[in-house]
Design a protein around this ligand. Structure first.
Ligand SMILES: Nc1ncnc2c1ncn2[C@@H]1O[C@H](COP(=O)(O)OP(=O)(O)OP(=O)(O)O)[C@@H](O)[C@H]1O
Ligand SMILES: [Mg+2]
Length: 314
């Protein structure tokens, strides 16, 4: 990343950071990627959507956020810009998710859509959306709205298993939203039940079923399928085998789901991460020379490249 100010992007690029499992490093990545890009001269906003377990503000050194996404969810504030606050880091704003009403934690789907539309209009280069853990419909919707969906996983069987569950759930949700005819949408909904009576077990089975039901919807399905491209980051790697995991997730998704997944990088397990969070500061500020910070910068570089390519092909 260069230290001189880069040219700004024409429109905010939304990067959603999700994962099938809790504690895999979604917030660590959201905070540090956001900080890396802000340090490189981009204007960045980091958004915490994990209303049930918010802590992005702490990674960014904001002790007691003044406003929160919860104010938007409850209707106390209708303008997302009014909820943004400054962080100690130049060029990096925050939309926190603290003091939520736990009795009605998640916003309605309509309110979520309003929020996401507003985020797209923010006058900045990158918006990082830190999602809650797991395949809850709210998390999936936040993940799907990103121009990029970063999927974080740990090199452990439990995390890998939940990653496939998440990819499957996100894919079906994406297809349900893309299909226009009622009976086809219904078929996608039924396919979400893994033991459905139609015998649809994989996204490829579903594609065939839709093509048979309605060729026009089948074409739309195949076209949407091509644009569904989660980007995987393996966090806390400790061996060469761990690094290879991203490649095997990619080939399993291609072979069994017919879904293309990009492997954008890995971050090693590094004690410096804990040092940084104890100081409530981004790793990329406290230990920019650490291995984890160097790998983070590599992932950040790929996000910039993708944003520039998208801008030039728009
Ligand atoms: N690369 C790393 N090396 C060492 N420790 C790490 C690394 N990444 C994350 N951690 C540790 O893992 C813990 C969980 O990280 P984080 O809070 O980012 O996970 P999460 O996926 O956001 O969790 P949740 O699902 O609860 O939101 C952190 O406390 C952090 O110290
Ligand atoms: Mg988190």
């Amino acid at each position: 990343m260069t230290a001189s100010t880069p040219p700004h992007l024409p429109k905010a690029r939304l990067v959603a950071v999700g994962g099938g499992k809790g504690g895999v490093g979604k917030t660590f990545l959201s905070a540090n990627l956001a900080h890396t890009l802000a340090r490189a001269g981009y204007k960045v906003v980091a958004v915490d959507t994990d209303i049930e377990g918010p802590n992005l503000h702490t990674w960014l050194g904001v002790k007691a956020p003044r406003a929160s996404l919860a104010d938007f969810v409850s209707g106390r504030e209708s303008r997302v810009e009014n909820l943004l606050e400054e962080t100690p880091h130049h060029g990096l704003g925050l939309l926190a998710a603290t003091h939520g009403n736990l009795a009605a934690a998640q916003p309605s789907a309509a309110r979520r859509a309003e929020l996401l539309a507003a985020l797209r209009e923010l006058p900045c280069d990158f918006v990082f959306v830190d999602c809650g853990a797991g395949a809850h419909p709210a998390n999936i919707d936040y993940f799907l709205v990103g121009d990029e969906g970063l999927l974080v996983l740990h090199p452990e069987p439990t995390s890998v298993e939940n990653t496939y569950t998440f990819i499957r759930a996100a894919f079906y949700r994406r297809m349900q939203l893309a299909m226009q005819k009622h009976d086809v949408r219904e078929c996608v909904r039924e396919a979400m039940d893994q033991r459905n009576d139609r015998g649809i077990r994989t996204p490829l089975d579903l594609l065939r079923a839709v093509e048979e039901m309605d060729p026009e919807e089948g074409q739309r399905f195949a076209a949407t399928m091509k644009t569904f491209r989660p980007r995987v980051v393996v966090n806390e790697v400790a061996s060469t085998e761990d690094i290879k995991l991203g490649f095997s997730v990619r080939s399993v998704c291609r072979k069994f789901f017919g879904i293309e997944v990009d492997y954008v990088g890995y971050i090693n397990r590094d004690r410096a991460v804990r040092d940084a969070i104890l100081l409530r500061k981004p790793l990329t500020e406290v230990h920019p020379e650490s291995d984890a910070a160097v790998y983070l910068q590599r992932v950040a570089g790929k996000l910039v490249e993708a944003a520039r390519n998208a801008g030039s092909s728009a």
